[in-house]
Design a protein around this ligand. Sequence first.
Ligand code: FAQ
Length: 320
Amino acid sequence: MIVDWEAEFQRTIDADSRIEPRDHMPESYRATLIRQIAQHAHSEIIGMQPEGNWITRAPSLKRKAILMAKVQDEAGHGLYLYSAAETLGVSRDQLIELLHTGRQKYSSIFNYPTLTWADIGAVGWLVDGAAICNQVPLCRCSYGPYARGMVRICKEESFHQRQGFEILRVLSAGTAAQHAMAQDAVDRWWWPAIMMFGPTDDESTHSQQSMTWGIKRFSNDELRQRFIDMTVPQADALDLTLPDPALRWNDERGHYDFGPIDWAEFWQVVNGDGPCNRQRLAQRVAAHVEGAWVRDAATAYAAKRADPGAGQAGSSTAAA
Ligand code: FAQ
């Protein structure tokens, strides 16, 4: 029987069912998913740097342990996402090469520096908060492995967001200097967090097609608005001010209005010229090079387990 796989693909999308790795899919659907999932994976991995920077300087043993667990979670997210991308027929080595040579992107947000301890609070509250808004709908993405991976990732991100909120709550209610430190961090992270959602809908290259395919469920602007609406009352609860004088509730729209976004800054950062782009990529490449011996050892160990007889003469010589 000849199956019209294009019609089958469309039926699956229309029925809001999941496309699985062995299903036929249009090449452009596959390429879009590889691009988005890889960019997402790279973001999680590069995203460890701004926070990892504070593990040794976190203000107590408890804060160090929490931050270390969070950074480890981000590594785990990166690995699930690389695995999801691999189901589309691309290898992890290829994806890492594309990141290291600047041919694939990672989120703009991780090109900003974490200057004080309060930045760790702001990253958790705002960056993880924005990530949750963007990623909860991805749990219903039309591609099965990505959708399933996102379920666990979102649960962990929601814990991350609360720990960031809690860091800022303690600082905000602390001494005047601590409150000022929390406010300064929010002043620096608010606009970059708003930019994480990507360009406006009329400037977004991929949104329309990705929404037709059920990869994205909401547009960049819809998700940005949802994040702003959710965050303004939280800022009030923290007794911190969001750095946008135009922020006010609009009864007619049923949403907060907000001021203009500096898109020139966004594109500058996306195109490689933000405050930390070069440093982030150089550190990632160096970590990869320095980790080569671990990968070699793991590969040799796996080969040995798969075929315990191989190389026995060599190992008995070594043992002697
Ligand atoms: N940064 O047509 P669109 C996290 C690019 S994970 C850099 O609208 P699309 C967890 C875009 O790639 C954060 N580039 O694109 C964490 C495209 O360029 P291309 C990452 C951006 O894909 C927390 C061009 O602009 N999350 O935070 C950005 O439909 C704390 C046109 O844009 C994800 O990746 C940007 N912000 O929508 C970790 C979620 N925005 O590829 C550690 C999954 C846009 O044609 C610590 N991804 N571009 O050369 C998505 O939802 C989407 O890919 C969007 C972009 C919404 C990011």
